[in-house]
Ligand binder design. Structure first.
Ligand code: SF4
Length: 138
């Protein structure tokens, strides 16, 4: 990643987003990544670490985002990467369909863990397409 890029005015490209895995617990009809439980593609976590370290030197990158597929399927890696991204001085976000949130205690544990590691924003994806795969009543 070059450090010589000069961007005038407001930078529209201030988010560095990683699609950590294409694999997902769901298989929504509208999925733009064609994710599903059988997908096997994922990023090399060592390469992701390298990119985050490079991004730490780039002031115009304000946010690091971790997406999928379903990034909570690789929760231990996600947790570590959130900490690394936060230590790099960036705002850190992730997204989930919430498949893992099967009880309140688990939700509190995971949210606390991620917040302690520097997560700033968690998005939950849910609509009629997701509802085929995610039971919000359990
Ligand atoms: S939950 Fe999101 S990533 Fe997974 S299949 Fe649905 S739209 Fe795609």
């Amino acid at each position: 990643m070059s450090q010589n890029i000069k961007i005038k005015g407001k930078n529209p490209y201030d988010v560095l987003a990683f699609t950590l895995t294409q694999k997902c617990s769901a298989q929504c009809e509208i999925c733009c990544f064609e994710s599903s439980p059988t997908c096997t593609m994922s990023l090399d976590i060592n390469r992701v670490r390298e990119y985050i370290n490079s991004a730490s030197k780039l002031d115009y990158i304000k946010t690091i985002a971790f997406t999928g597929g379903e990034p909570f399927l690789i929760y231990n890696d996600l947790r570590e990467l959130i900490k690394l991204a936060s230590l790099s001085g960036k705002r850190v976000t992730t997204i989930t369909n919430g498949y893992w949130a099967s009880n309140n205690d688990l939700v509190i544990i995971k949210i606390k863990e991620l917040k302690e590691r520097g997560l700033n924003h968690l998005s939950i994806s849910y609509d009629s397409y997701h509802s085929e795969y995610i039971d919000v009543n359990k």
